[in-house]
Design a protein around this ligand. Structure first.
Ligand SMILES: Cc1ncc(COP(=O)(O)O)c(C=O)c1O
Length: 426
């Protein structure tokens, strides 16, 4: 009996000209707008004619012969081998995200932290040095300080928005500049084109964690960055369902070096999660616009509340890097941080008074989340590290969801009244 043909699916090159299939024949992704690529790119329809992307729930793949197996393992013939590093659903997500970020290659990972780890393992070695923004996600700081340092990779920290400080911290052994913009949770920003120029003057790579903006609002590769990192757990999913991450960049560094770490060490995205993220990407642009509109309205309202001492929101004129909105990111984004009086007691009182908002550390969900960064996302940092990152006890982070802004305000107003009344009334 003849063997069933096995589709010759290779780990594809993810250039913007990757064809996507349609009934009228291949369409070049390069000809399609962002919104169309977010919905269409990456799905290579099978002979079953499915309309939605299938979930390939398989750990391995069947070869037509021993010779074909050998050829695939030797890399002489491209195609699926084993889902630690080749899975068509994961690859569809990788193609789509690469297209949206404007990168040649994307590697999907089990989490955002796995994406950062795989990037460092793939591109750095003992003796190398990282210059990082001091305003980064708490676990990233711990990864750099506690774990990478054990393997001979040192990290120096600089204020995010000061390119001169970045340049001054670069040493002969510096290989990587790492930042989030806007940062978590204070929404500080850096001029990415300027920072990329600094990096390249010193032969370094610039990696940007694009978690807060997503490619719907900001595309760091277009601004000169070399690598984009994602916690797909956040806005790429958009509905708080699963954990995942991704690295996007050029074919050599990401498609070979970071992919090599994934293939060998296995911090792999599951096909089910990849499918969730594919669905998330389809509504990403609409959601990011809606999150941004509501966050902008909430930030204005918060600034007018007597109990609020300071609002951190890129879309507000009083934000120190407000000029970058419209220049490198199209809107202010969906995250608002603000400081209330009374330190930790004030912040906790406000958070505990909410009934609608979810007290959870995640962000980028259709449901609004509220967090006390000093004791959660950044709680494992030392007090000095927290102080350096500007995270005070009275700081509250709200990731604005898609509920009505009026209902979010009503929910926060209860706690703000308590803060305004002071500790005696609690
Ligand atoms: C900016 C940023 N980067 C990376 C991560 C890590 O992502 P994950 O939780 O998917 O590992 C987070 C998580 O909160 C984050 O906020």
């Amino acid at each position: 009996m003849p063997k069933r043909p096995v589709p010759a699916t290779a780990r594809p090159s993810l250039s913007s000209t990757t064809p996507s299939e349609s009934h009228t024949g291949p369409v070049s992704s390069a000809d399609l707008d962002f919104a169309t690529r977010a919905v269409r790119t990456g799905h290579h329809r099978t002979s079953e004619g499915e309309h939605a992307e299938p979930i390939f729930a398989t750990s391995s793949y069947v070869f037509r012969s021993a010779a074909e197996a050998a050829a695939r393992f030797a890399g002489e013939v491209q195609g699926n081998i084993y889902s630690r590093f080749t899975n068509p659903t994961v690859r569809a997500f990788e193609e789509r995200l690469a297209s949206l970020e404007g990168g040649e290659s994307c590697v999907a990972t089990a989490s955002g932290m796995a994406a950062i780890l795989a990037t460092c393992m793939g591109l750095l070695q003992a003796g190398d040095h990282i210059v990082s923004s001091q305003s980064i996600f708490g676990s990233t700081t711990i990864l750099f300080n506690k774990y990478l340092s054990r393997f001979g990779i040192a990290t120096s920290y600089v204020p995010l928005s000061d390119p001169a400080a970045w340049e001054a911290a670069i040493r002969p052994e510096t290989r990587l500049l790492f930042c989030e913009t806007p940062s978590n949770p204070l929404t500080e920003m850096v001029d990415l084109a300027e920072l990329a120029a600094v990096a390249h003057r010193h032969d370094c790579l610039l990696a940007v964690d694009n978690c807060f903006c997503t490619p719907a609002l900001q595309r760091p590769l277009e601004l000169g960055a070399d690598l984009v990192i994602h916690s797909a757990t956040k806005y790429l999913d958009g509905q708080g369902r699963c954990i995942g991450g991704a690295v996007v960049g050029d074919r050599k560094r990401v498609g070979e070096e970071v992919f090599g770490v994934l293939r060998t060490a296995g911090p792999t995205m599951s096909p089910f999660n990849a499918w969730i993220f594919l669905k998330g990407l389809e509504t990403l642009e609409l959601r990011m616009q809606a999150h941004s509109r509501s966050a902008a309205a909430l930030a204005e309202w918060l600034a007018a509340q007597p109990a609020v001492e300071r609002v951190h929101y890129p879309g507000r004129r009083d934000h120190p890097q407000h000029h970058l909105v419209g220049q490198q990111q199209s809107t202010g984004g969906g995250i608002v941080a603000f400081e209330v009086g009374g330190g930790r007691a004030g912040a906790w009182g406000l958070i505990d008074a909410t009934r609608l908002l979810s007290i959870t550390a995640n962000l980028g969900d259709v449901k609004t989340t509220i967090t006390h960064p000093a004791t959660t996302t950044h709680g494992r940092l030392s007090p000095e590290e927290r102080a350096r990152a500007g995270i005070r006890e009275g700081l509250v982070r709200v990731a604005v969801g898609l509920e009505s802004v009026a209902d979010i305000q009503t929910d926060l107003a209860r706690g703000l009244a308590l803060v305004a009344a002071g500790p005696a009334s609690e």
